[in-house]
Design a protein around this ligand. Structure first.
Ligand SMILES: NC(=O)c1ccc[n+]([C@@H]2O[C@H](COP(=O)([O-])OP(=O)(O)OC[C@H]3O[C@@H](n4cnc5c(N)ncnc54)[C@H](OP(=O)(O)O)[C@@H]3O)[C@@H](O)[C@H]2O)c1
Length: 245
């Protein structure tokens, strides 16, 4: 990716950090966005800068603060003087069974998974157009077939899938916009999904195993670096689970 500059949101840990490592290994300079995981973000940037000087930087922001998103893009651009790509990876994820839903949950789940990607892409649009760049949104296979107990998260991801297609139209022909939809990759840290539920989900993949963050990262790298004639599309990286959900 030859020095191209990529901003990855929610990138300090887990899947986001794998995306950052993959793009960096492909030659990109990376902006690691984080909200609360400052030490993990700093450690990741130090690791990558040790491999290639001045190739990684961090920016902090709560993406629910929509008014602050233009400053987030300005801060990202000021590090390396350009912005070629944006990966909307940050997400909150928790159950919202019907009857328990309140506006706080709506604002958090729809805010991080849908509203922020829209306003962040809008804020970055001029830079991305100038660079003839690209956007990848990280959705979920449950954007198309909702997961029981998680209606807000699923409709937010469904919106993000729709946003991917709408932005592909709005930003064409200069900027390509695609999505990667993970299946079971990393279980949540909060203990959601007891062991038997996990096994049931894994048994329902065609490949009979969980994926890894690197599987998602490789798909993102493909869409950013190796797919110049692909826009408005989604790649399901799910061991075949969505083929028969
Ligand atoms: N893990 C899976 O198996 C799986 C399956 C399907 C889809 N996905 C999707 O893949 C992506 C990565 O998954 P993941 O499990 O690695 O995600 P994650 O760990 O649940 O979340 C990634 C990061 O999002 C950031 N974040 C959340 N709310 C934020 C906010 N309001 N403002 C700024 N940052 C915020 C957090 O940053 P801080 O820690 O810095 O606060 C967090 O580290 C997500 O879009 C997820 O929906 C994952």
């Amino acid at each position: 990716m030859n020095g191209e500059v990529v901003l990855v949101t929610g990138a300090a840990k887990r899947v986001g950090s794998a995306i950052v490592r993959e793009l960096h290994a492909a030659g990109a300079r990376v902006i690691i966005h984080y909200r609360s995981a400052a030490s993990a973000a700093d450690a990741l940037a130090s690791e990558l800068n040790a491999l290639r000087p001045d190739s990684a930087a961090c920016v902090q922001a709560d993406l629910l603060d929509i008014g602050g998103l233009p400053q987030l893009i300005d801060a990202a651009v000021s590090h390396f003087g350009r912005l070629d790509a944006l990966v909307n990876n940050a997400s909150s994820f928790f159950a919202t069974p019907l009857g328990s839903i309140d506006e706080t949950a709506w604002n958090d789940l729809v805010g991080s998974n849908l509203k922020a990607p829209l306003f962040l892409t809008q804020a970055a649009a001029a830079q991305l157009i100038a660079a003839r760049g690209a956007v990848v949104n990280i959705t979920d296979i449950h954007a198309e077939r909702p997961l029981a107990g998680y209606p807000l998260y699923c409709i937010a991801k469904a919106g993000l899938l729709g946003l991917t297609r709408a932005l592909a139209i709005e930003l064409a022909p200069a900027v390509r916009v695609n999505a990667v939809a993970p299946g079971p990759i990393l279980w949540p840290d909060d203990g959601a999904f007891p062991g038997d539920e996990r096994q049931h989900i894994v048994d329902h993949t065609l490949l009979k195993r969980e994926g890894s963050p690197d599987d998602i990262a490789r798909a993102v790298r493909f869409l950013l670096a190796d797919a110049p004639y692909v826009t408005g599309q989604v790649i399901n990286v799910d061991g075949g689970r969505s083929a028969h959900l």
